[in-house]
Design a protein around this ligand. Sequence first.
Ligand code: PEP
Ligand code: MG
Length: 760
Amino acid sequence: MNIKIFDTLRHIIQDVNNAPDFEQALNIIVQRTRDVMQVDAVSVYFLDDKTKKLVLMATDGLNPKAIGKIRFNLDQGLVGLVFKQAESVNIKDAHAHPNYCFVTETDEISFHGFLGVPIIQHRNVLGVLVVRQTRQRRFSANDETFLITLAAQLAGAISHAEIRGELTHFLEDDEGHSFNMKGLSGSPGIAIGEAVVVYPPASLEAVPDNIISADEVDDQINLFTEAVENVDSEFKELSKKMQGVISSEELALFDVFSLMLKSDSLIDSIIKRIKAGQWAQAALRETIGEHVKQFDEMDDAYFRERAIDIKDLGRRILMHLQLQTTALHEVSGPVVLVGEEITVSQFSEVPLENLVAIISSKGSASSHVAILSRALGIASVVGIDNLPVNHIKGQQIVVDGYNGQIYVKPSVVILDEFRRLISEEKLLDDELNELIDKPSETLDGVHIPLYANTGLLQDISPSLKCGAEGVGLYRTEVPFLIRDGFPGEDEQTEIYKQVLQSFSPRPVTFRTLDIGGDKALPYFPIVEDNPFLGWRGIRIMLDHPEIFLTQIRAILKANIYENNLRLMLPMISDISEVDMALELINKAHKDLNDEGIDTAYPLIGLMIEVPSAVYQMDALAKRVDFFSVGSNDLTQYLLAVDRNNKQVAGLYNSMHPSVLMSIQQVVKVAHKHNKPVSVCGEMAGDPVSALALVGMGIDSLSMSSGSVLKVKWTIRSFTQQQTKELIDKALTLENVSDIRLLFEKSLDAAGLGSLVRAGK
Ligand code: PEP
Ligand code: MG
């Protein structure tokens, strides 16, 4: 495709993305395409999933009255042919084609030339984009490429959350507004509640419109100017800090930022929008969007780069605006927290006792929002493609965390069905609660201690209540994530002491700070192209020994009282990292003792979560006391599947034979050295995979407190011999789905089917 066409395409897509609503986005598509391709009609058809019809959604050239009315069967006409074949159809004279079907409403009689291309996303055909010509015309290869490229781009753009939300409404208007959507199961369970929407901090795109009254205008303007001043002083401070660190040329960029920030065109336009009745955040979003678009469209690469700076500027101002206006949501009944992404700090935007479920458009089963919801024992559905966040605000939602499904404004029948399931769940819970004081032993008496994964202080009480024998993974980054800056040694000591004392005499395994990857601290930003392969976990700690030493000192000091600490290092990929970390731990220990603070030297373990560590188990086992498999990361690195990327979520599976074989290898080598192995990734808390781990001879399991009793029930229902036979059989299977099915069937046969689906 030549550059000019490519540019035209890019501009169409940009305009579509900036369109205020679905209808306008579609209109832009049909009008611009008609113009560019010099055709007589352009139309877009979408699949209505419910009625299984292709509905005319927009047109330029056909009779507009037909919009929403023309509904083709999936195999009807040329449009149906494009849909069915999932391939483009290019016909010089449509009338002569056997599939041609005459439709009165569109006055199609006058069209001969036909080119239709499918709109495909994630292998699914969403609809068909068609151009028509009155005269006979065979479209050129270039025309076809243009339309195919546009359709591919459209699939992404049109399925953008906002627009798709409106699509759902558009298609279902006649039949009422209730609709359901599919995502991924983040945490099992069923809940019904009212949707409270939270927005990711500093995400301009996520800011909703909010019309203000005349007497709020001054307040909003003041908030805005205050935020601008704060950002300006931030720049000044940063620039001072960076003097001597970066070149004077780079330093000059801060002045450019300051100038941009104070530029009249930016400020005036935002204030104008506020005066017109928009709140400051949306006024900022609009103006920044406008500026970005202008810069983006410039030919000069230098100016296009400035678009990124403007966006950054916008985010910084927004961050300050949000800091000023963060307020607790007022809620009374059960709440379903809804957002594109839900961060730890957003959990606290509603009172915890009201929170019954979480749903998000981003994330996957092993992302931190899923882990946190499991820790809190509440249902969650994540990675809901095209979740119309703004449209479901305040609506009643049923969340089915087992099947990764949500029901918005559910009908009475659906509600009744889920209420029944909730009461059955409650019965199951009551039965499980009877196991709290029973040992976690196989039928042939092998004890497999079950530990809890924690991080939030709120989590201590459920972890204790569920009968966990200690903490197998205390994620120390969580207290760091919910603060505004690095907590000091004394503050950390206090937090750690509270955790150690709460569980004493049970052991607590502290994992040293594991930030980076998807766990960025708001006050320690890391920008990388490949964060999961970048600066994370132990790598950051070894590069910042001052942060690491402070944490180790705080942990050792907190242990003085109860002496129930174990220490664990994350993200080990190389022996040298272990040696360096041990040296620093020795130093912290020695320094404290030299200062007269008598601290015990704890047992030290490593997380096995990077494939390279699996192959160096012999060398690692000589250096430390225990191991814990971080199956979340191990799966992501072994399968080369980003654990948070929902595009590839279908490929992410800890029951993959290669993951199972790796863990088996870890257990084998560790046991050769008489070192115990635990698993603290999410697979430990899933009864299906826990069964496989027991078969491999794992020594203990650590999981969200909500899973402890379910896994205990599983362990108490099998002999170790049975689990060994199962894993041996599983490892002869080649497909992950067959492996999972094998374990699910065994659970079902043992009467534990309710652990893998909703209800009793
Ligand atoms: C893991 O990777 O399995 C793990 C337990 O660590 P996290 O999920 O915190 O990265
Ligand atoms: Mg990990």
